[in-house]
Design a protein around this ligand. Structure first.
Ligand code: NAD
Length: 477
């Protein structure tokens, strides 16, 4: 199918989708599968061009990084949807309580209608096409607003999606904050937003005016706790990987470390070893992404300068090339950096970092580490490293976060059977797997009454028979 890119105004695009969704309320399984197949074909046929567009937007970001962090995740999602779609779509029988028998009941799963999706720049394919595919699988129409900060990727995505989908099935709207605000103000049946907590508040406010339900996939400060029982060498490699993937521009990257006091030097050495193993060089190494823009780079540098001015020790990890001469990062590539001896109140400790900087806070008692986490907004992710299962259980029970990986970083996001989302300031509503399908589905309760129904026993006038029935029921309930 080839369609001209929709050049209709925003409201007309919405109206077209709205009317189409009301004209075809039941969306056949074959059509849903076909839409998923078209999405998969788009990725397979144009993956290289799309990865090149991402590289152009970042300045430095290898195709392989986009392959693993965007396409691999998308393919896994699409194949999971394909495998389970029939079972997830069919009506779900539920048991009927004795006082309603012999009625029968089921939950009918229906598309919501028109879903709006607003995406961020950091994984510009996974975080737009992933929710879009899930919403299509659930039988919805989708309007997608990718980030204006990845213009090459967003433009190519729009061209390719408009070739593969009719505008009233899936359309792309491009633009900056003004367009995004107007987009969020449309009366969608559901609005799915991935981005910062600050913008998430605006999205929730705009959606509230229409009583549009939202899913907010936001950011925050995800802690990483090192337990005294932890093998630091192996933990450091996993922390370095989770922190430095996409140069720290990952919503669930470990944002700060909580380390037992006295192990700073050991951790610094282990982390430097891990960086050298993952990124033998930084400058010009395409595996090590650049910071997206000069503005984002300057913000990170300002955070480091503030920390340094207030007495923190800033330890840049500069890999040694074969000749032994350190080569510093150049352009917007930024060396991995640990920050020790931080003072409370630093921006590094207040704002989501979203770059390759890891502040290291020390603690003496586990309660102190838990106290630090619980004093802040509830994080999107939490990481714990160690072998002491009692300490692990205390952390799991006494902290609240959107998700947890134990003895690794990031990996809970890759598990399709785990709901992915935030809590409190890191967002609300989860997706992935069946949770994602249900996010974009109306679960409509249906009760099929029997002609032998005994409901009239509960009708007025309330006399002796009513009292007898209630007396009997009291014994059961
Ligand atoms: P952002 O909030 O600045 O922008 C996200 C999107 O919101 C963009 O498409 C932008 O155009 C749009 N937008 C801007 N103003 C708007 C408005 N008034 N109304 C509606 N939409 C508006 O986020 P970003 O800088 O692109 O991404 C980084 C942030 O996203 C980080 O905080 C990160 O933690 C978070 N994030 C979260 C997840 C997750 O799954 N929870 C994933 C990736 C990124």
């Amino acid at each position: 199918m080839t369609q001209a890119p929709p050049d209709l105004p925003l409201r007309a695009l919405f109206d077209a989708q709205f009317h189409a969704s009301r004209a075809q309320i039941e969306v056949p399984l074959t059509l849903r599968h076909d839409r998923l197949r078209r999405m998969r074909a788009l990725i397979d046929a144009h993956g290289t061009e799309l990865a090149d567009a991402v590289q152009a937007d970042f300045g430095v970001r290898s195709r392989q990084l986009t392959e693993v962090a965007d396409f691999f995740v998308l393919r896994a999602l699409l194949s999971d949807l394909k495998k389970h779609l029939a079972a997830w779509t069919r009506p779900q029988r539920v048991a009927t309580p004795i006082y309603l028998q012999p009625a029968r009941a089921h939950i009918q799963r229906q598309p919501l209608g028109v879903v709006g999706i607003i995406g961020p720049w950091n994984y510009p394919l996974q975080l737009t096409l992933g929710p879009a595919a899930t919403a299509l699988a659930a039988g919805n129409r989708v309007m997608l607003k990718p980030s204006e900060l990845t213009p090459h990727t967003s433009a190519l995505l729009a061209t390719l999606l408009h070739q593969a989908f009719a505008a009233d099935e899936l359309c792309v709207v491009q633009g900056g904050a003004d367009v995004a605000h107007d987009f969020a103000s449309l009366p969608f049946d559901h609005l799915f937003f991935t981005g910062s907590t600050a913008v998430g508040r605006k999205v929730a406010a705009a959606a509230a005016a229409n009583l549009t339900p939202t899913t907010l996939e936001l950011g925050g400060k995800s802690p990483c706790i090192i337990d005294p029982s932890c093998d630091l060498a192996s933990a450091a490699l996993k922390i370095a990987h989770g922190k430095l993937l996409n140069a720290g521009q990952t919503c669930i990257a470990p944002d700060y470390l909580l380390l037992p006091s006295g192990r700073e030097a050991e951790f610094e050495q282990a982390f430097a070893g891990a960086v050298a193993r993952l990124f033998p060089t930084i400058a010009g190494n395409p595996d090590y992404a650049a910071i997206l823009s000069d503005r984002h780079h300057a913000r990170l540098q300002a955070m480091l300068s503030e920390a340094q001015a207030q007495g923190a020790r800033v330890a840049e990890i500069v890999p040694q090339v074969q000749a032994g001469a350190p080569i510093a990062a150049s352009g917007r590539q930024m060396n991995p950096t640990l920050v020790f001896n931080t003072q409370p109140g630093l921006r590094l400790l207040k704002e989501e970092i979203f770059g390759p900087i890891l502040p290291v806070l020390t603690y003496d008692r586990l309660d102190d580490a838990i106290g630090v986490i619980n004093a802040g907004p509830r994080p999107l992710a939490l990481y714990w490293f160690g072998s002491d299962s009692a300490a692990r259980e205390r952390v799991l029970q006494q902290t609240v976060s959107g998700g947890v990986t134990v003895n690794d970083t990031l990996m809970h996001i890759a598990h399709e059977n785990l709901p992915f989302g935030g809590v409190g300031e890191s967002g609300w509503g989860a997706y992935h797997g069946e949770t994602g399908f249900l996010r974009f589905t109306l679960q409509k309760p249906v009760l099929l009454q029997s002609r032998f129904a005994m409901g009239s026993l509960f009708y007025p006038p309330y006399g002796a028979r009513f009292d007898q029935v209630m007396g009997l029921l009291k014994r059961w309930l």
